[in-house]
Write a protein that binds this ligand. Structure first.
Ligand code: NFS
Ligand code: SF4
Length: 632
């Protein structure tokens, strides 16, 4: 496999070459060994839901049905629904743990405080909880109870949905019959609905899929984001750096990887506290960096540098300079244990559901978070002493990257232009055409695409055409590395209209330069922030969400989570670009409903296009049509 098929990132290229020299297998080697991948699986027409199977459908003839009689449409729709439900389950589980943390923090049972009272008050207001006479712990307790109540049966739908979304969306979803009751019931129901001999109707299965998108956001993304803001603080703009060049030769390098900030925030705290022990061990200090979404969480709130995205996780270890990588859940390649074994790197798992043979497991608990985090950081300092200098090669590549653009931070920055009506300057500029529209680019890397090769040109093209880009997830790391998330990136890449607006906001905020043209809104869970932003814009303009000149994109989607988030984006009424079809092409019905018919129901639809230039054109056309619809 040629290098150009693996990545477009210079640091990655160097480390892939080093992997070859060091005889270390990487994701691309395994990808190659999997070729050709199973055509039935790719089309989604393989079923192994019951023990009569596995069954597979021949899209060109016989067999046209599984042993039970299930058609390709049924099998594809069932498989998709299960995937989306699994994506939703990860976010719901993450959010549930966060609510448990909030509840324990309110009882002062764990060493986490309630940092953001303003956010706590904002959430309490939305939920209709009276604040008067309650301190932050009492109020947090009530808020946590209200959140827990969303996991119990008895309501038409979750409060976190009905009280948080535009009324117009609520009506659309009610009419479609896709309002979820509670997340656990709905996920359980999907398991039931998709087992052998229950639902054979692809349209009914696709409606359940749309419902899972709502479970994903309102019992997952939004709930998790709000709780994490309450506990750790709502992000504000912060400057840091991105790419493997952030690793430091003379420091103890600790990399956090995974998703949940309850672990990574404590690691950050203890890495700072134990700096003197690192110095005593012969290093000049501790250098922390992050991968994937937990990297985004600590980047947004603590300014921790980004080591890279999904496809860089093995490469970080291949530098030979990572002393310890600590992981929790999701997107962690099991191969990390084998890669770490080729170096001195300590790989530490921390979550009861996320163990990897070959890694050391530290049972990280909220109650003993300080002791556990200190222990892990000390393991890193110990490992540093074993570092093999001859194996260390850190690429010099890195770029300035800004993060921390929560909705609150964006509104705060805009309020410097208009204190009474902060959204007005943005909307006025959209109306005037200086800002042509906005696109949320989110999601993963996938070895089917050279790393970042769809993400980067797509973002470049949109920014050049005066589209404001907001990002989360692994896309943020990709665009940070190429300099699109710095003031300099605005000067270099933004179209003239957009640049003028970014300059005006930057100047009003005393930044001494423009805002970056690509705003980092956080982890994948933080996609809820993008939802809040577009809801605020729709409310300001008094139009339904699908009328806005905006779109969503997951150019290099990989995880089931990307599917559940994308489904929610379609529920929101957005054109949702994806770089590849999610194993559905074996069903003409599913493909047509998801890319065409659903638009008549929610206002949104999926659009599949692997070529970033073509995708950018289509997205720009879409924005143009929406602008015309608004008469601007
Ligand atoms: Ni999102 Fe984040 Fe990255 Fe994809 Fe994985 S880290 S939660 S799923 S691969 S963007
Ligand atoms: Fe085959 Fe039907 Fe069983 Fe699926 S549910 S494995 S199609 S018999």
């Amino acid at each position: 496999m040629e290098m150009s098929k693996k990545t477009i990132d210079e640091a990655s290229k160097k480390m892939i070459e080093k992997a070859c020299r060091d005889c270390v297998e990487t994701v691309w080697d395994r990808y190659e060994k999997q070729q050709p991948q199973c055509g039935f699986g790719e089309l989604g027409v393989c079923c192994r839901i019951c023990l009569s199977g596995p069954c597979r459908i021949n899209p060109f003839g016989e067999p046209s049905k599984g042993i039970c009689g299930a058609t390709a449409d049924t099998i594809v729709a069932r498989n998709l629904l299960r995937s989306v439900a699994c994506g939703a389950a990860t976010h719901v589980d993450h959010a549930f743990e966060a609510v448990e943390m909030l509840d324990m923090a309110a009882d002062k049972k764990i060493p986490y405080d309630i940092k953001d009272e303003a956010k706590l008050h904002a959430v309490a207001d939305k939920l209709g909880i009276a604040k008067e006479g309650k301190d932050k712990y009492e109020l947090s307790k009530e808020v946590a109870r209200a959140m827990f109540a969303d996991f119990a049966p008895g309501k038409e739908t979750m409060d976190y949905l009905s009280k948080m979304v535009p009324q117009e969306r609520l009506e659309v979803w009610r009419k479609l019959g896709i309002l979820p009751r509670d997340p656990d019931l709905e996920i359980r129901r999907v398991m039931h609905q998709t087992t052998m001999g229950v639902d054979a109707d692809p349209v009914n299965l696709l409606l359940a899929t749309a419902k899972m998108g709502l479970v994903d956001c309102y019992s997952g993304l939004k709930l998790g984001t709000d709780v994490q803001d309450i506990v750790f603080g709502t992000p504000t703009p912060v400057k840091t750096e991105a790419n493997l060049g952030v690793l430091k030769k003379d420091k103890v390098n600790i990399v956090v990887h995974g998703h949940v900030p309850f672990l990574s925030e404590k690691i950050v705290e203890w890495a700072r506290k134990l700096e003197s022990e690192a110095i005593a061990a012969g290093a000049t200090g501790v250098q922390l960096s992050g991968l994937c979404c937990t990297g985004n969480e600590v980047l947004m709130r603590q300014g921790v540098a980004s080591a890279g995205n999904y496809l860089s996780q093995e490469l970080a270890i291949i530098t030979g300079a990572v002393d310890l990588m600590v992981v929790d859940v999701q997107c962690i390649m099991p191969s990390l244990a084998q890669v770490a074994a080729c170096y001195h790197t300590k790989l530490v798992t921390t979550h009861e559901i996320g163990k990897i043979p070959g890694a050391e497991h530290v049972d990280f608990r909220a109650e003993s978070a300080d002791e556990d985090a200190a222990k892990i950081v000390r393991m890193g300092i110990e490992a540093y002493k074993q570092r093999q200098a001859a194996k260390v090669e850190i690429p010099s590549d890195k770029a300035e990257m800004w993060g921390g653009f929560s909705v609150e931070a964006i509104v705060g920055a805009l309020s410097k232009l208009d204190a009474d009506n902060p959204l007005k300057p943005l909307v006025d500029n959209i109306v005037a055409g200086n800002v042509y529209g906005a696109v949320g680019i989110v999601g993963c890397n996938n070895p089917r695409f050279p790393q970042d090769s769809v993400i980067v040109p797509l973002a470049m093209e949109l920014v050049k055409n005066n589209v404001l880009v907001v990002v989360t997830g692994c896309v943020a790391h990709a665009l940070g590395k190429v300099g699109l998330m710095s003031p300099e990136g605005a000067e270099k890449y933004a179209g003239p209209g957009l640049l003028a607006v970014l300059r005006a906001v930057g100047e009003a905020n005393g930044l001494g330069g423009p805002l970056p043209p690509v705003l980092h809104m956080g982890s994948c869970v933080d996609n809820a922030r993008i939802g809040d932003l577009i809801s605020a814009l729709a409310a300001y303009l008094n139009v339904p969400v699908p009328a806005l000149p905006v779109a969503a994109s997951a150019p290099e989607l990989n995880h089931e989570k990307a599917l559940s988030i994308g489904t929610w984006a379609v529920d929101m009424g957005l054109l949702t670009h994806i770089g590849m079809p999610p194993n559905i092409l074996g069903s003409p019905v599913c493909a047509k409903v998801l890319t065409e018919d659903i638009e008549g129901l929610t206002g949104g639809k999926f659009y599949v296009e692997p070529d970033p230039q073509i995708a950018a054109e289509k997205i720009l056309e879409h924005i143009k049509a929406k602008r015309e619809g608004l008469g601007i």
